[in-house]
Design a protein around this ligand. Structure first.
Ligand code: NAD
Length: 290
């Protein structure tokens, strides 16, 4: 396929490189000066999008996505697919999809999980919103860039799935970290705590696959000085998107709200910026009640 790729950052660059490696003809654009193996550089977003079968965007937020969409939608060929893989608010995803639809394009929102490791290895999971026809056209590319693509329904539903998943992740990580800190103070050995919880009803991905305690459970960022992994800053972004969405549809999400407030404090007032989101554990270790 002829593919335009806009936003060649930590995630976009390896995704574009994997598409080129698989034999697709990829033209890329980024406002920063980046070169990606196998990807031809265009001089503007519109130039990268023009005449392509499919255009992928991988951008920081909804405002930037909407601005880029304004530039590329008029440049794209009718019937082409506009595939946004950024994590953005549901409203921006739906606005962009509507504009694309009006211009005779097929739109998909397909945020990912799997991080930079998954982007490099081509093992991302895509959560996809949009029509069946658009999903079918993009499916071969999901298979190159990832190992799983779940079609979640109409436009915006990919973003909805992503923020609901990450709201659960933020909440369970905090619960796991505060429980470890309590266990420490109660004199319960961390390995014993892991052995019990990971096979009991308190188990979760946060405990079992990404244990926040160093030296316990499988290898995780805790074993690497809490280098991300998945940065607390990105968890904060996703939790804020969940709360923005909850407000828009009047959903009551008290735990998500509490998690967003805690990660905001951790990233903006404490030492959480640039650390993995599981570094909540050393934070709780040093704290007292109240
Ligand atoms: P990044 O900041 O490394 O990359 C974003 C890129 O977009 C940058 O290279 C930037 O120069 C470029 N850009 C900004 N404005 C632009 C414009 N107007 N035109 C063209 N290019 C522009 O971010 P990232 O880590 O690659 O993340 C991209 C998206 O993926 C975000 O929405 C993020 O939330 C999501 N995401 C990231 C991860 C992760 O682990 N990094 C995991 C899952 C999802």
């Amino acid at each position: 396929m002829k593919i335009g790729f806009i936003g060649l950052g930590n995630m976009g660059a390896p995704m574009a490189a994997n598409l080129a490696k698989a034999g697709h003809v990829v033209t890329g654009f980024d406002t920063a000066d980046v070169a990606v193996d196998g990807v031809t550089r265009a001089t503007s977003a519109a130039a990268a999008a023009s005449g392509q079968d499919l255009v992928i965007t991988m951008l920081p937020n909804g405002a930037i996505l909407r601005a880029v969409a304004d530039q590329i939608v008029p440049a794209m060929a009718p019937g082409a697919v506009f595939l946004d893989c950024s994590t953005v608010d549901v409203e921006s995803a739906r606005i962009v999809a509507e504009a694309a639809d009006k211009a005779g394009l097929l739109a998909l929102d397909a945020p990912v999980s799997g991080g930079t490791v998954g982007a490099i290895a081509g093992t991302l999971t895509f959560m996809v919103g949009g029509s069946d026809a658009a999903f079918a056209k993009a499916k071969p590319l999901f298979d190159v860039m990832g190992q799983k693509a779940v079609h979640c329904g109409p436009s915006g539903n990919g973003q909805a799935a992503k923020i609901c998943n990450n709201m659960i992740l933020g909440v369970t990580m905090i619960a796991t970290c505060e429980a470890f800190a309590l266990a420490d103070k109660l004199g319960l050995d961390r390995q014993a705590m892991f052995d019990v919880v990971s096979t009991s009803s308190g188990s979760s991905w946060s405990m079992n696959a990404y244990c926040p305690a160093p030296g316990i459970g499988p290898q995780s960022p805790a074993d690497n000085g809490y280098q991300p992994g998945f940065a607390a800053d990105l968890m904060l972004k996703d939790l804020r998107l969940s709360q923005q969405a909850a407000e828009a549809v009047d959903a009551d999400t008290p735990m998500g709200q509490a998690a967003a407030a805690l990660y905001a404090r951790f990233v903006e007032e404490e030492d959480g910026a640039g650390r993995d989101f599981s570094a909540m554990l050393p934070r709780f270790e040093t704290r007292r009640r109240g």
